[in-house]
Write a protein that binds this ligand. Structure first.
Ligand SMILES: C[S@@+](CC[C@H](N)C(=O)[O-])C[C@H]1O[C@@H](n2cnc3c(N)ncnc32)[C@H](O)[C@@H]1O
Length: 269
């Protein structure tokens, strides 16, 4: 069950007490200090962000609704199998701007060649990943054809030929695409916010990660079982650095760094 407003406030209070402040003071790992001060924190404006946010604005104003399929643990339980406006999807299902900008900066920093996204929806996060990144191969999986169709149209319109969309449930599409890849460099998990599913996707990905792989998990505090699943995957011996940004988490597999966990403040949450 999704954590309610009071639970989220309490979570945020606890996070605030335990997290490192803006500026990077107190981060003793040089790797994480550099990542935080050079990539996570500097929220610079890029030209391409306007293009993506213009699309979000169009969706908000178009007056169209879709019947959403009932798959996975939806972002908002009211959306399962119901008619939902694109306004609502663009406003509260798609990632917020500050998380999109973070994805963009992480991609620009790590320059991953092979990227997998779980949960395309209308394609807003995919666009933050794909723009200015034409050399990467991006595979994005979505089980709801209605929203995927909308995303595909926009990818075509924006000339994003580096994106391959996979229609179907993660349980089937993820093993299928992984079987065709030697290695995966960057993963964004943003669908089926259920702890058991998250652990399952993480375990499927593990054999294909390399030392430069970065995995971003959204909504790590969506529910108690997502919190537990996040803690569980952070404890995996292959994860060298885990970073809790409150809303989402970053997993790094770099070798030769002492295993450490960080809670760092970023964005308006
Ligand atoms: C939170 S939305 C993704 C938002 C998107 N990343 C963005 O920021 O624009 C999650 C999406 O994952 C899809 N989804 C959830 N569980 C799934 C599953 N098991 N298989 C395939 N798609 C799933 C839902 O249909 C939904 O569109």
């Amino acid at each position: 069950m999704r954590t309610g407003v009071f639970g989220q406030l309490l979570n945020y209070y606890r996070f605030w007490l335990n997290s490192k402040p803006i500026g990077g003071h107190g981060i003793h790992s040089p790797y994480v200090y550099n990542l935080y001060t050079e990539v996570i924190e500097p929220d610079k404006k890029e030209k391409v962000f306007d293009k993506i946010e213009e699309y979000r604005k169009e969706l908000k104003g178009c007056g169209i609704s879709v019947i959403r399929k009932s798959i996975g643990e939806s972002t908002n339980s009211g959306y399962r199998g119901e008619e939902v406006s694109l306004r609502k999807i663009a406003t509260s299902v798609a990632i917020p701007k500050h998380l999109g900008r973070l994805l963009y900066r992480l991609i620009q920093n790590y320059q991953p060649k092979t990227i997998i996204e779980l949960g395309t929806s209308v394609g807003i996060s995919t666009m933050y990943i794909a723009h200015d990144n034409s050399k990467a191969s991006i595979f994005t999986i979505e089980g709801d054809e209605a929203v995927l169709g909308i995303a595909q149209n926009r990818f075509r319109k924006n000339g994003l030929t580096n994106i391959q969309t996979l229609s179907g449930v993660f349980d089937e599409q993820l093993p299928r695409i992984l079987s065709e890849l030697n290695s995966v460099d960057f993963v964004f998990i943003d669908g089926d916010h259920n702890g058991r599913s998250l652990i399952n996707y993480f375990n499927l990905l593990l054999p294909k990660i390399n030392e430069k792989t970065v995995i971003i998990v959204d909504d790590i505090r969506w529910s108690k079982n997502m919190e537990k699943a996040w803690d569980y995957i952070c404890a995996n011996a292959k994860v060298s650095i885990s970073i809790d940004l409150f809303r989402c988490g970053i997993l790094i597999f770099e070798k030769g760094i002492a295993k450490q966990h960080f809670a760092l403040r970023y964005g308006p949450y």
